[in-house]
Design a protein. Structure first.
Length: 149
């Protein structure tokens, strides 16, 4: 029996896959649990159209993320922090401050997409790098400088 998966199922397939399973497995488990639907001709046509539209949307998102990555790489970011006379920072610099500095430059990025590379806590004045994940496999690296206020 052919079915269309509505979500990922372990050892069977991922969402929107058309797979062949035994009728009992489909009728007694997959379909009642909402994991799959029967793969009729009309359902296959709807699935094909949805995949086509999804591919178009994904292409646009990928293009936008690539453009944003190029824009971010051109920006210089400076983050001010209160420091002691020796250059040690009171507290530390985190992803929230990097996201705010990018927002001041006109680039909106969620702080959850930012990962600081060099070390977990930035405790001294200097130059550091962070990775920003913009889309599934599109990442960019931004250099930022921590300066004394």
């Amino acid at each position: 029996m052919e079915i269309i998966l509505k979500q990922d199922v372990a050892n069977l397939g991922s969402k929107d896959d058309i797979v062949t399973v035994k009728p009992g497995y489909a009728n007694n488990y997959l379909i009642p649990q909402g994991y799959a639907t029967v793969a009729t001709e009309s359902a296959k046509k709807v699935l094909a159209e949805n995949k086509k539209q999804q591919a178009h949307k994904e292409e646009k998102l990928r293009k936008d993320a690539t453009e944003l990555a190029a824009l971010i790489e051109q920006k210089e970011i400076k983050i001010g922090a209160k420091t002691s006379q020796t250059g040690k920072i009171f507290g530390s610099v985190n992803t929230i401050q990097i996201a705010e500095a990018l927002a001041k430059k006109g680039i909106e990025v969620d702080r959850k997409q930012i990962t600081i590379l060099d070390e977990a806590n930035i405790k001294e004045v200097g130059k550091y790098k962070a990775t920003i994940k913009l889309y599934k496999d599109i990442k960019t690296t931004v250099e930022f400088e921590v300066v004394s206020e």
